[in-house]
Ligand binder design. Structure first.
Ligand code: NI
Length: 408
């Protein structure tokens, strides 16, 4: 029986905070986009080898058959299962960083703007701290550390890892992951059910008939038509979705035309749909197609709608969410446990939770010195993680492992 320390953070290896900072700043400086995390994977594997692990690299395949830049390490592989699995995502976003941090991205057009650098650093820290614990008192079962690429690009990296058997060898009993959030450093929030929305994508090509800008009556203007489609989409959520059901439709891309005095042949719109309720999700392709086709027909144009399902709703398993809450209270006290609302972002951690129980937890990474409303949040060129959050994440992993093996 391991004795429970009073402060989980104080029992971490003393050099760990400095090491976490090093890992985090290296990762932040070297962002790589989804399915291209080659250097990140090499770096992670090298750090794991330095910690005494024998990581496996390139586990699983992506959607076009390419090997994933994934890294998987197991502590105590020969011990009896079921194992505890911990997952971090490793990819960055196509955003030009505007933080002016001393360790800002060295790569133009790429940035860790969703905190995956912090997630990866925290799991490396977990690898170090869990190993240090293990040398004092061996964990009774295996711990699987999954460094997953390509979370930001559906179908995502989780699918390939799962298909390659990452949850089966050794058999995983529960999986957990951390994602940074905007609340104060030293806090966590854990949803008991839905944590992330289902996220789908669509593309609409509005086809008109090109012509001279000075003779619009002889053309069918896809730009004016597309403008009406954009506005029409906005009434789907407000008029066709039950008011108590959360839903979002955002058109994030609109492309058309080559010159100010030419009416183009077509305009392309691309957008995303977020829902929590499966019935609402089912209706969305129909509604969007109806609105697009109906509006286009009214203007003499036509619409081609391509709707693709993305990640499913992420559902935390209540008993595992409770286990995580207990670990949080040990690390951050009762005050450290904040209320949790489901967010409308998508997350392919949902794929693991369709196979094994577990929970995805938000760790506060906002600087208390910055007013909450002024914190930029994720997917923003000014996104920034307060690195003081990292030790909390590692202490959480250790406290969680204790609880998991105690109740297993
Ligand atoms: Ni993310």
């Amino acid at each position: 029986m391991t004795t429970e320390p009073t402060s989980a953070i104080e029992t971490l290896p003393p050099h760990l905070p400095a090491q976490l900072q090093d890992w985090f700043t290296w990762l932040h400086r070297h962002p790589e986009l989804s399915f291209h995390e080659e250097e990140t994977a090499e770096y992670v594997a090298a750090q794991l080898r330095g910690l005494g692990y024998s990581p496996r690299e390139g586990v699983g395949f992506g959607p076009t058959g390419q090997r994933l830049y994934s890294v998987v390490a197991v502590l105590g592989a020969d011990r009896p299962g079921p194992a505890l699995a911990l997952r971090a995502d490793t990819d960055a976003l196509p955003i030009q960083e505007a933080t002016e941090l001393p360790y800002a991205s060295l790569r133009s057009g790429a940035m860790h703007a969703c905190g995956h650098d912090a997630h990866t650093a925290m799991l490396l820290g977990g690898a170090a701290a869990l190993k240090a614990e293990d040398e004092r008192t061996p964990w009774p079962g295996p711990i699987v550390l999954i460094f997953q690429p390509a979370e930001e690009s559906p179908p995502g990296g989780a699918l390939g890892l799962i298909e390659a058997g990452v949850l089966e060898d050794p058999p995983v009993g529960a999986i957990f992951g951390l994602h940074v959030g905007n609340k104060d450093v030293g806090t966590f929030s854990i949803a008991g059910g839905a944590r992330n929305a289902a996220s789908d994508r669509f593309k609409i090509v509005v086809r008109g008939r090109g012509g001279h800008a000075a003779a619009p009556h002889k053309a069918v203007d896809p730009i004016v038509t597309a403008a009406h489609v954009v506005i029409g989409m906005q009434s789907i959520v407000s008029r066709q979705v039950p008011p108590r059901q959360p839903a979002v439709i955002t058109i994030g891309m609109i492309h058309g035309g080559t010159k100010s005095n030419v009416i183009p042949e077509h305009v392309t719109l691309e957008g995303t749909v977020r829902t929590l309720d499966p019935e609402v999700r089912e209706q969305m392709p129909v509604r969007i197609t109806q609105v697009a086709e109906g509006i286009c027909a009214a203007y003499g144009a036509s619409a081609e709608v391509d709707y693709r399902r993305g990640y499913d709703v992420l559902l935390n398993e209540p008993a595992m969410a409770e286990l995580a809450r207990q670990a949080v209270v040990q690390v951050a006290g009762e005050d450290g446990l904040q209320s949790a609302e489901p967010g409308m972002g998508g997350e392919d951690f949902s794929r693991y939770l369709q196979k094994v129980p577990g929970a995805f937890i938000t760790i506060g990474a906002g600087s208390p010195e910055v007013p909450y409303e002024e914190r930029p949040g994720g997917h923003n060129p000014r996104s920034c993680v307060d690195p003081r959050a990292l030790t909390y994440g590692v202490a959480f992993y250790v406290a969680l492992a204790r609880r998991y093996f105690a109740q297993r």
